[in-house]
Design a protein around this ligand. Sequence first.
Ligand SMILES: C[S@@+](CC[C@H](N)C(=O)[O-])C[C@H]1O[C@@H](n2cnc3c(N)ncnc32)[C@H](O)[C@@H]1O
Length: 162
Amino acid sequence: MSLTPGNTPRRVLDRVSELVPMHAGFRVLDLGSGCGDALAYWALQHHIDGVGIELLPVRAECGRRLMKWFGVSVKILEADLSSAQWPDTDLIYCVATCFDSAMRRQIGVRLSGLRHGTVVALIGMGLPKGYDLVHHEPVRFAWGTPELRIGRRVSGHATLSP
Ligand SMILES: C[S@@+](CC[C@H](N)C(=O)[O-])C[C@H]1O[C@@H](n2cnc3c(N)ncnc32)[C@H](O)[C@@H]1O
């Protein structure tokens, strides 16, 4: 399953779900979701509830159709992730390799404002302030080997959910 250039290969998605165990109802937010392939895969494998934020209307629409077809609990929102509201979630996943440094900085600033305990899986960008590095390793894509970083927010306001 690979509909959008730059999509995460399955072995990387499996590695992320190994490092951040997923279960039914586990909430994942994908920043720059494309057609939502990653979310669809985790929804089929682990029954997560996903939200994807995607700028391009055609990819967002493709994602919505894909989720309907799969019958999974994943919403794809057509929006600019830098200004869109981000729902509270258990994991924020972001393949930042296609974002420029200004966008990565913006994502970092927003991540720094999230609640204590927020877990992130970032590919191709460093952890923002206030996050502890839980794990990092290079991961193999078709086009190169960016770094996967798993982080947990250790400062910030009190948790909204357990
Ligand atoms: C690498 S691809 C998506 C990969 C996807 N996360 C996965 O793992 O399957 C990155 C996506 O980010 C989208 N994008 C770029 N700028 C964006 C923005 N400002 N807001 C939301 N999405 C954006 C692109 O259109 C593209 O579909």
